[in-house]
Structures are given as structure tokens and as C-alpha cells.
Ligand binder design. Structure first.
Ligand code: NAD
Length: 262
């Protein structure tokens, strides 16, 4: 028996990285999964590999309310109901706050913050209609602490934790649990852009990152997207987390634990 047998879960940003691993793991645990992204070719491939009947792909720009409405319709057409959501889609931009153009700040807010808001707003009524379920949003360790040069990103990740707490309070009577995951450095295209560039010296850049994380992270490495997927699974599975709602869960190899003097 899978931990998500009978469940139907929308995972945003599921064409690659953590979202992809969440979609694959949830399907392996018995869920039917809606793979949602703006990277249509990659998303279609992920859904196809998971298998027809177990996954379907929808084009969903999380900042567009009309896309959410269409995605919900497509999910219900494919699987009849929806009782889970992982608000995973996100973008990162590096800039000093005083040098950040307004457009760039708003672009990050639109995807990370408005996207999570629209996801909760659109999908929660469907989950309620299905008899209850769960929402997991991907914040970040920068949702709990500051980090220089990612001001827009950190602001949106703090906002996701606020949204999570409010949604948990408002949706508990409707049988919906709402939690957030707060990953540290995870080895995906976002933190290691060399993964996307075939011309880049991926091996060297990987080595440099490895050295960096060995120094910085108590557990001595970046996290793997599958490890975050396991936490999202825990927070989605009723049998594991039925009494947990409104909480941010840090998964960062100990980075936020404190300052090491060695
Ligand atoms: P990633 O860049 O590989 O994946 C992000 C996914 O989101 C991509 O598939 C992308 O196409 C999708 N996306 C971007 N804009 C979108 C939009 N408007 N609508 C729908 N989909 C969109 O990186 P990842 O590490 O897998 O990121 C997943 C989540 O984890 C993000 O919310 C990110 O902020 C968060 N996070 C990542 C790290 C890290 O170190 N990688 C750390 C903390 C938090």
C-alpha cells in the first residue's frame, strides 16, 4: 500500500528539480499527480515517464489566475477530484536591494508569492469538496533568516510562511492541513545553474560548490531534491502528519542551526 493511495495532487514547478522528484515520489506512493509547469516539453516528458493514468501535464503559470482555473478543470477532467497541492514553483534573482529594478522585484513576487496565494485560493475549495487534504508550499531557509543579495526572494519566502500560517488557521475547519518546507541549498538548476548549460564546465563548477557546501553546511553537502520530496510526502500523507498544520519545516543539513567556530 502506498502512503498516497487514492489521492490526487497538483505539483507546481514539476518539470524539473524538487517538483519533479515530488511528482515521481508521490506517484510511486499511489497518488495520481498533476505535473504543472511553464516548461511544457520537460513537464510532458515527466508526466509521460510517470505513466498515463498516474500523471497528466498541465501548462500552469502560477502567477496567472486564469491558468489556475484551467489547471483545476484539467485535473478534475483527468482524475475527478483534487485533494492535495504542492506549491513548489519558484524563481530566484540575485541583486543588491538598492540595485534591484522594480520589475525584477515584482517578477519574483508574482511567481513565488502571488503563485502560492493563487494556488491556495483556487485549490483549497476543491480539496474541501473532496473531503479534506493537504497543501504544502515550498518556502526556503531564507524564509526564516536573511541572506544578502536575494532580497526579493527572501521577502517572498517569508511571505509564504505567513500565508501558510494564516491558511492553516482558516482551512483547519475545512479538513485541510497547510505546511511549508524550508530547504537550504538543494542541488538543482536553481542553485547550480551549470546544470542547465551544456557548455559550462559542470564538473568544475560542481567541485567548487561541493567545497563551498562542505565548509558551510554542518552535514557537509548540498541537499538532494529527493530528500525534500520525502519531507513533502511526509507532510502530505495523512498517516504521517495528520496532527501537523501551520508549520515551516527546515531541511538544510543543519545550516540554520547556528554558527560553527571550526
Ligand atoms: P528549479 O529551478 O529546478 O525548479 C523550479 C521550477 O519552477 C521549474 O520547473 C520552473 O520551470 C518552475 N517555474 C518557474 N516559474 C514558474 C511559473 N511562473 N509557473 C509555474 N512554474 C514555474 O529549482 P528547484 O530547486 O527545484 O526549486 C523548487 C522550489 O524550491 C522553488 O520554490 C525554490 O524557490 C525552492 N528552493 C530551492 C532551493 C535550492 O537551493 N535549489 C532552496 C530553497 C528553496
Amino acid at each position: 500500500m502506498g502512503k498516497l493511495d487514492g489521492r490526487v495532487v497538483i505539483v507546481t514547478g514539476a518539470a524539473r528539480g524538487q517538483g519533479e522528484q515530488e511528482a515521481r515520489l508521490f506517484a510511486a506512493e499511489g497518488a495520481r499527480v498533476v505535473v504543472a509547469d511553464v516548461l511544457d516539453d520537460q513537464g510532458e516528458t515527466v508526466a509521460k515517464e510517470i505513466g498515463p493514468g498516474a500523471a497528466t501535464y498541465v501548462h500552469l503559470d502560477v502567477g496567472e489566475e486564469a491558468d489556475w482555473t484551467a489547471a483545476v478543470t484539467a485535473a478534475k477532467d483527468a482524475f475527478g477530484t483534487i485533494d492535495g497541492l504542492v506549491n513548489n514553483a519558484g524563481i530566484l534573482r540575485f541583486n543588491e536591494l538598492t540595485a534591484t529594478p522594480l520589475d525584477e522585484f515584482q517578477q519574483v513576487v508574482r511567481v513565488n508569492q502571488v503563485g502560492a496565494f493563487l494556488g491556495i485560493k483556487t485549490v483549497a475549495p476543491e480539496i474541501e469538496a473532496a473531503g479534506g487534504g493537504s497543501i504544502v508550499s515550498t518556502a526556503s531557509y531564507t524564509g526564516l533568516t536573511g541572506m544578502a543579495y536575494v532580497g526579493a526572494y527572501a521577502a517572498t519566502k517569508h511571505a509564504i510562511i505567513g500565508l501558510t500560517r494564516v491558511a492553516a488557521l482558516e482551512l483547519a475547519p475545512k479538513g485541510i492541513r497547510v505546511n511549508a518546507v524550508c530547504p537550504g541549498a538543494i542541488d538543482t538548476a536553481m542553485s547550480n545553474p551549470a546544470q542547465l548549460d551544456p557548455e559550462a564546465d559542470v564538473a568544475r563548477s560542481g567541485e567548487a560548490l561541493d567545497r563551498f557546501y562542505r565548509k558551510l553546511v554542518p552535514l557537509g553537502r548540498a541537499g538532494r531534491p529527493e530528500e525534500v520530496a520525502r519531507l513533502a510526502l511526509f507532510l502530505t500523507a495523512e498517516e504521517d502528519s495528520a496532527y501537523i498544520t501551520g508549520q515551516p519545516f527546515v531541511i538544510d543539513g543543519g545550516w540554520l542551526a547556528g554558527v560553527s567556530v571550526l
